[in-house]
Design a binder for this molecule. Structure first.
Ligand code: 0A1
Ligand code: ZN
Length: 868
């Protein structure tokens, strides 16, 4: 690809090809914070060293603050020697004192910032009365002027003065005490050099839930989870997950923690899930706080995964970081892969894999097939915050999974050992990452590297032939053009396979094929025609197109030794029925119902797995299939098709579903372990179906007797989404019980926002007009984003009212918080899938957003790319 093809908007674009090493490095950074809500003073003292030779301007990033003074080696820098750009401050090489030009100098500057006015939640801001920071990717430049790029790594010393009882930063606490006027101070030192994006500060009225961990080499680490008073009894699960993560990283990757203290803080206002600041992770409170009454099984699983993810970043992100933001997948793809491995080890590996693939298809395949498609390592961006995407994270993780499959588990571990040895303390690139694998295994990965630069999901078509003892498998690959990349080359695609005979028994050896050309045939001597199980465990992030008879599908569904492909066969069956029904034809094949019944009642199978088999495909999944085949998507028809399938299935299996519910009942007090969670998920999947035929009777009973949030919410959702007579009552009861718990109320908002029952938009509008704190990203996502992304029927209402409502909110949010607004706007990315009328209505809204005076860089880039 020519890099200029990828330019979203020529003027503001940052490009990978323009990367230059920094002219100046920072060895030590001393920060002094005098905290005041509207006027915080920051004094930064940097020990600066020339990187390279010859004269170079001293350029610092910075904006949204007041520069009060600046000095070099203690001497004030005259105003005329500094050039203040829109987002920078430069002291020209000529203005630097002679002695400083070659050997370096000490830079000091004092800035003033207003955390209370910072609604963008980047830099230093306030959340529920506490100070906190978010510096990834480029938030540090809103705190002080600094070379705010990940390849500048410094040792940080931080002194905080403020009214709050708790004052935290990275590393180890070296001093603290009282000052005059009730103020306090604390001094923190982080011995590990780090880029500015990993800096963190928290100050507030907090309490901690404490524990300890002894590392494999016998060092004691104090663990602290900081929360608001009253929340301390909801930290136990997060703490347990943290200790398990620390142990797992030692056992599986040989990685030990490297400070005396590891802290986590829960904050209410946060743009993302959490942040891996060195030694001081900051979390969205939604991913820390959990109790049986307030958190669902899914919440527990997310908390476990995110706690692990942030902890694992200590090595893959903090000790080894990214050279520049184009390399984001270096830390994110690897850390997602590591957290997926961890969850698989803690829970059921196949169930985790199925859930991960379902998410990948729903989010990343969708992204890869539309206007926002980009390579795992992008080559140009306007706003880097727009590239914290499913492609960088989830597809990035799939690339590492493929590498591991190709080289084998022990070579993978050897390569990772080499990575940590060779690059500890460095800021690296994808080239460094791949070279480690080449050096550790002797393989040439130059072709594999294409996965990092080529966008789009490859489609692999499968042809099979059996003749006189020879089975021939022909695989052909094609990747459709994506924005800025018309020409696509064949990728290296691993296909894990096995063969079954007509009775479902193993036939021949299992193995791994590697497709690395546009088309390849593979021959196998086999005594009978096999039922091939291909792309086992989803061995490559590809779309597989294969004609397969219902009989063969039933064999895979019932007997494959690969649980992923058993589920896949069931999903493919359901998808083909749904697609045909939505197209106005087809019928509900009784074989589908029979096969489902067999699987979900098979007691040798994990209930969580059976629940996944029982779940019908999502609206958007079907829409994606229709669009890929060139069809026009009609959200009402898809929804109707799914309703018909659920109803027919429920009618045919109601007694089985009731029996399943009874069998899956969990006795004793609630526990979030995978086994009990699996039983609840099967019972609740059955409940959702039953609500299609019993008028909500079972769900009402379940709602009133639920003693945990998983069951309570599942029953509420079943009632509301079916528009059952008991729905209003249940909604009121739920609200009355939980009105003071905002995280629980988010669930209540979301159930209503995603309801396909008539009147959802009016309801969402009314909810947005009550005491709805829309500036809080969790609230905004639970109501506004959930409606757009999770309510296809309401959002795509033929009169365009859903689009208008959503665009109004994007415009409002863009003024307050561009990052969250732009991320939410991605709900429009599939707009070209719909009919002309809907497209015209959406275009009007997108153009209205683009025309908004003062549109942010974030939103301008996303909407601009969607419209292109
Ligand atoms: N690095 C964090 C997530 C994160 C990314 C970007 C942010 O602001 C732009 C904030 C947090 C992670 O992967 O967990
Ligand atoms: Zn991450």
């Amino acid at each position: 690809m020519r890099p200029e093809d990828a330019a979203p908007r020529a003027d503001q674009t940052t490009r990978l090809v323009d990367y230059r090493a920094p002219d100046w490095l920072v060895e030590e950074t001393r920060l002094n914070f005098d905290l005041q809500p509207t006027a915080t003073r920051v004094t930064a003292t940097l020990k600066v060293k020339r990187n390279g030779t010859g004269p170079a301007d001293f350029r610092l990033d910075g904006h949204s603050m007041r520069l009060l003074s600046a000095a070099i080696d203690g001497r004030p820098v005259p105003a005329e020697a500094m050039i203040e750009g829109e987002e920078s401050l430069t002291v020209s090489a000529a203005a630097l004192p002679e002695s400083a030009r070659e050997s370096g100098f000490e830079w000091t500057c004092v800035t003033e910032i207003d955390p209370s006015a910072n609604t963008a939640l980047e830099g230093l801001y306030m959340s529920s009365g506490m100070y906190c920071t978010q510096c990834e990717a480029e938030g540090f430049r809103k705190i002080t002027f600094y070379p705010d790029r990940p390849d500048v790594m410094a040792r940080f010393e931080v002194r905080i003065e403020g009214d709050a009882p708790v004052l935290l930063s990275n590393g180890n606490l070296v001093a603290s005490g009282a000052l005059r006027d009730g103020r306090r101070f604390a001094e923190w030192r982080d011995p590990w050099p780090k880029p500015s994006y990993l800096f963190a500060l928290v100050a507030g009225d907090l309490v901690s839930h404490d524990d300890r961990f002894t590392t494999q080499s016998g060092r004691e680490v104090a663990l602290r989870i900081w929360v608001r008073p009253g929340d301390e009894d909801r930290c136990a699960y997060a703490m347990d997950a943290l200790k398990r993560s620390m142990k797992w990283d030692e056992e599986v990757y040989g990685r030990e923690y490297d400070l005396d203290l590891f802290q986590i803080v829960a904050v209410d206002d946060f743009n993302m899930g959490a942040m891996e600041n060195k030694g001081l992770n900051i979390f969205n409170s939604k991913y820390v706080l959990a109790s049986p009454e307030t958190a669902t099984d899914a919440d527990y699983a997310r908390i476990e995964a995110i706690i692990a993810h942030e902890y694992f970043h200590n090595w893959t992100g903090d000790r080894i970081t990214c050279r520049d933001w184009f390399q984001l997948c270096l830390k994110e793809g690897l850390t997602v892969f590591r957290d997926q491995q961890f969850s698989a080890d803690q829970r059921s590996a196949p169930v985790c894999r199925i859930a991960d693939v379902a998410t990948l298809r729903a989010r990343q395949f969708r992204e890869d097939s539309g206007p926002l498609a980009h390579p795992v390592r992008p080559e140009a961006y306007v706003e880097i915050n727009n590239f914290y995407t499913a492609t960088v994270y989830e597809k990035g993780a799939e690339l590492i999974r493929m590498l591991r499959l190709l080289v084998g588990a022990s070579s993978y571990r050897a390569a990772l050992d080499l990575y940590f040895d060779r690059h500890d303390g460095e800021a690296c690139t994808i080239e460094d990452w791949l070279r480690v694998f080449e050096d550790a295994t002797g393989r040439d990965l130059s072709h594999f590297a294409l996965w990092y630069s080529q966008a789009g999901t490859p489609r692999v078509s499968v042809k099979e032939d059996y003749d006189q003892g020879v089975y021939t498998l022909t695989l052909a690959q094609e990747t459709k053009p994506t924005p800025g990349q018309r020409e696509k080359r064949p990728l290296v695609i691993p296909c894990a396979y096995g063969f079954l005979d007509a009775d479902g028994r193993n036939l021949g050896e299992d193995g791994l094929l590697v497709l690395d050309k546009a088309e390849q045939s593979f021959r196998f001597d086999l005594p009978e025609r096999p039922v091939a199980s291909l792309f086992r465990n989803f061995s490559a992030p590809a779309i597989v197109e294969r004609r397969i008879s219902p009989a063969d599908r039933a064999i895979l569904m019932g007997h494959d030794t690969d649980p992923f492909n058993r589920w896949e066969a069931a999903r493919a069956f359901a998808l083909s029925i749904a697609g045909e029904l939505a197209d106005g034809g087809g019928r509900i094949d009784p074989d589908w119902i029979a096969a489902l019944r067999t699987t979900v009642t098979d007691e040798s199978l994990d209930p969580a797995f059976r629940a996944l088999v029982l779940a019908l495909p999502g609206d958007d999944e079907i829409a994606g299939e229709i669009a890929a085949k060139g069809g026009v998507v009609d959200p009402d028809a898809i929804h109707h098709a799914l309703d018909q399938m659920a109803e027919t299935l429920a009618e045919a299996t109601a007694p089985t579903l009731r029996e399943l519910r009874a069998k899956m009942a969990v006795t004793g007090p609630y526990a979030p372990d995978a086994e009990s969670a699996g039983r609840r998920s099967l019972a609740n999947a059955a409940l959702a179906l039953l609500t299609h035929v019993d008028g909500g009777e079972a769900a009402e009973a379940a709602f009133s007797k639920a003693d945990n949030m998983t069951d309570s919410l599942a029953a509420l959702r079943a009632l509301v989404h079916r528009g059952a007579p008991g729905a209003e009552r249940a909604l009121m009861d739920f609200r009355d019980r939980w009105r003071s718990d905002l995280l629980v109320m988010d669930k209540w908002l979301m159930v209503q926002a995603t309801s396909p029952a008539p009147g959802a938009l009016d309801r969402v509008k009314a909810l947005a007009e009550t005491d709805f704190n829309w500036r809080n990203p969790n609230r905004f996502r639970s109501l506004i984003a959930a409606f757009a992304a999770g309510n296809p029927v309401g959002f795509h209402a033929a009169d365009g009212a859903g689009y208008r409502f959503f665009a109004d909110w994007l415009i409002a949010m863009d003024d307050a918080n561009p990052q969250t607004a732009a991320r939410t706007a991605g709900a429009f990315e599939t707009w070209r899938r719909y009919g002309e009328r809907r497209q015209a209505l959406i275009r009007t809204e997108l153009e209205r957003i683009m025309a908004k005076p003062g549109i942010s860089k974030d939103m301008g880039e996303i909407v601009g790319r969607i419209l292109e």
